[in-house]
Design a binder for this molecule. Structure first.
Ligand SMILES: Nc1ncnc2c1ncn2[C@@H]1O[C@H](COP(=O)(O)OP(=O)(O)O)[C@@H](O)[C@H]1O
Ligand SMILES: [Mg+2]
Length: 488
C-alpha cells in the first residue's frame, strides 16, 4: 500500500481515479486545484504523485509540483497527466524528473499499470540503496573487529567521511589499527577504484623520502639516473596514506604543505609542476599538538591535516573487544598435529582480557600467532600465552585442565588418520596444507603424540596414574618412565 497524492482540475476524473486506486489498497489524497497541494507534499510525504500539468488554463502548475516533489527527501515518484497536444511540456516534465506521463484520455488499466510500475521503481531504488550500503558496510568492516562503543564511534565517523574528499588524520598508539582504518576510508570512498598508496615517513632518510614522495628528474642528484614519478603521481585519483607523519623532517613538511595547498607537484630537479588529484590520509602515534608547541611540526600543516581527526582507542580501553579479536585471529588457524581448529580455555581468555597490551591489537595478533605455533593442543592454555600475559591468569590450573580434558580432542592415533589436515602434504603437491613451521622426525612426532595422549588420559582420570596405566595397558613403572621423558 502506498500514499498517493492526486491532483487534477476535473472533479469527476479525480473521483474515479481515486476510487480505482483505493480499491487497489492505496491511501489517496485528492486535490482538484493548486490550493494546499504544496503543503500536502511536505506533510503527507506521499510515495507517488500523480498530477495534471494545467490546473487552470493559465499556468502549468504541474511543473511547480514536480519541482517541489523532486526536492523532498526521499523524493516521491511522479507521474504527469498531460492533455492532448502538450508534448513539449511532457518532455519538460520528464526532464524535471517525472518517472512517466499519461496522455489524456487514458484507460483505467493504463493508469493502473503505470502506477504499478512507478511504485515498483521506487521500491527497487530503495532496496538497491540499502543493499549497496550494506555491501559497503560489510566490505568496509568485515575484517575490522570492534563492537565496543569507541570502535563503533570510529566506524560511524569513517562511514560519514569516506565519501567526501576531506583530509583525515588518524591518531592512536601503535598497533591500534590506523592503517586498517586508512584502507577502510579509501575502499569506501568514490576513489576506491583508484590506488591506495601507503608510505611510512619514518622509514626513509630525508632526501630519499623527498624523491619517493615527489619524484625526481634524471640527474637531479647523484643516483637519479632516470626520471621518476613520486608517490603523489602514483596515487593520482586515489588515496595517499602518510604514516607516522610526526616524523617528517621540517623541510619536507613545507613542501608537503605547498602540494596540499596548490594540488600540484613538482619533481625534484623539475621546473614545471603537474596537477594531482590525491586524497590524503595521515596517521601518527605522537601528540602532534605537542610537537607543534615544541616547534617540531609546522602549525599550518597541522591544521591542514587535522580536518577530520579520528582517534583510535587503545586496546586496554576497549577490553570488551578482546574475545572477538582472539576468535578472529584464531579463525583460520589449525593445530598442525591434530588438524583441529584452535580455541582458548576460559582461564586463558580471562588472562588475555586482563593484560594491558601496550602494543595493542598488533601485540595480541602476534601473541596468538606465537601460541598457535607453540601449543601442544588445539585448546590454548595460559601456559601457551606469552610470559608477560601469564601472570594475569586467575583461577586455578586444575579447572583449566578439566576444561582441556572435556574439550580438547586427544592428539592420538585415532584423531589423525593418514592425510588428515596437518599431516605433511604428499610429495610434489603444492595445493595441500602447508608444512608445519617446525617439522620433526617421525620418532619425535610419535613420542610427542604419545606424551600428549598420556596427559590427556591423565587429565580425564583426574591425574590418577594407576587408572591411566590400566587404561593404556602399560605398567605403572612404564608410565612414570614415559612421563619423565624417557619413553624411547
Ligand atoms: N580492529 C581490528 N580488527 C582486526 N584486526 C586489527 C584491528 N586493528 C588492528 N588490527 C590488526 O593489527 C595489526 C596492526 O594494525 P595497524 O593498522 O597496522 O596498526 P597501526 O597502523 O595503528 O600501527 C594489523 O595486522 C591489523 O590487521
Ligand atoms: Mg601503522
Amino acid at each position: 500500500m502506498a500514499k498517493i497524492l492526486l491532483v487534477d482540475d476535473e472533479y469527476t476524473m479525480v473521483q474515479m481515479v481515486a476510487e480505482v486506486l483505493r480499491a487497489e489498497g492505496h491511501e489517496v489524497f485528492p486535490f482538484t486545484n493548486f490550493n494546499g497541494v504544496m503543503e500536502a507534499l511536505s506533510t503527507r510525504q506521499p510515495d507517488l504523485v500523480i498530477t495534471d500539468l494545467y490546473l487552470d488554463k493559465t499556468k502549468p502548475h504541474g511543473l511547480e509540483i514536480v519541482q517541489k516533489a523532486r526536492s523532498l527527501v526521499p523524493p516521491p515518484v511522479v507521474i504527469m497527466i498531460t492533455g492532448f497536444g502538450t508534448v513539449e511540456s511532457a518532455v519538460e516534465a520528464m526532464r524535471l524528473g517525472c518517472y512517466d506521463y499519461l496522455e489524456k484520455p487514458f484507460k483505467l488499466d493504463e493508469l493502473k499499470l503505470c502506477v504499478h510500475r512507478a511504485l515498483n521503481h521506487t521500491q527497487v531504488l530503495a532496496e538497491n540503496q540499502q543493499l549497496r550500503k550494506e555491501l559497503r558496510r560489510s566490505y568496509q568492516f568485515h575484517r575490522i573487529i570492534g563492537a565496543s562503543a569507541p570502535m563503533q564511534a570510529v566506524f560511524h565517523m569513517v562511514e560519514r567521511i569516506a565519501d567526501t574528499d576531506a583530509t583525515v588524520l588518524l591518531l592512536g598508539q601503535s598497533g591500534t589499527g590506523k592503517e586498517l582504518i586508512a584502507r577502510a576510508v579509501h575502499y569506501n570512498s568514490r576513489r576506491s577504484q583508484g590506488p591506495f598508496v601507503p608510505i611510512n615517513c619514518s622509514a626513509l632518510p630525508e632526501n630519499l623520502l623527498e624523491s619517493e614522495l615527489f619524484g625526481h628528474r634524471k640527474g637531479a642528484f647523484t643516483g637519479a639516473v632516470t626520471d621518476k614519478n613520486g608517490l603523489f603521481h602514483e596515487a593520482d585519483g586515489g588515496t595517499l596514506f602518510l604514516d607516522e607523519i610526526g616524523t617528517m623532517p621540517a623541510q619536507l613538511q613545507s613542501r608537503l604543505l605547498r602540494v596540499l595547498q596548490e594540488k600540484e607537484v613538482r619533481r625534484v630537479g623539475d621546473t614545471t609542476a603537474v596537477t594531482v588529484n590525491v586524497r590524503i590520509v595521515a596517521a601518527t602515534n605522537e601528540n602532534l599538538e605537542a610537537l607543534v608547541k615544541e616547534g617540531r611540526f609546522r602549525e599550518d600543516l597541522y591544521y591542514r591535516l587535522n580536518v577530520v581527526p579520528v582517534h583510535l582507542p587503545s586496546l586496554k580501553d576497549r577490553r570488551d573487544d578482546i574475545p572477538m579479536l582472539v576468535t578472529h585471529f584464531l579463525r583460520d588457524k589449525i593445530h598442525s598435529r591434530s588438524g583441529q581448529p584452535f580455541k582458548v580455555t576460559q582461564r586463558a581468555m580471562a588472562a588475555l582480557c586482563a593484560h594491558d597490551w601496550p602494543g595493542n591489537v598488533r601485540e595480541l595478533e602476534n601473541a596468538m600467532e606465537r601460541a598457535t605455533v607453540l601449543a601442544d593442543l588445539p585448546l590454548l592454555r595460559v601456559r601457551d600465552l606469552p610470559p608477560v600475559v601469564q601472570p594475569r591468569a586467575s583461577g586455578d590450573e586444575a579447572t583449566e585442565d578439566q576444561q582441556v580434558a572435556a574439550e580438547a580432542v586427544p592428539v592420538g592415533p585415532r584423531s589423525t588418520p593418514a592425510g588428515a589436515p596437518g599431516m605433511p602434504p604428499t610429495a610434489g603437491s603444492r595445493s595441500g596444507p602447508a608444512l608445519p613451521a617446525a617439522i620433526v622426525s617421525l620418532k619425535k612426532f610419535a613420542h610427542d603424540q604419545e606424551l600428549a595422549y598420556i596427559h590427556h588420559v591423565l587429565a580425564c582420570t583426574g591425574q590418577s596414574k594407576e587408572e591411566t596405566a590400566r587404561l593404556l595397558e602399560v605398567s605403572l613403572a612404564t608410565l612414570y618412565r614415559k612421563l619423565a621423558g624417557d619413553g624411547e
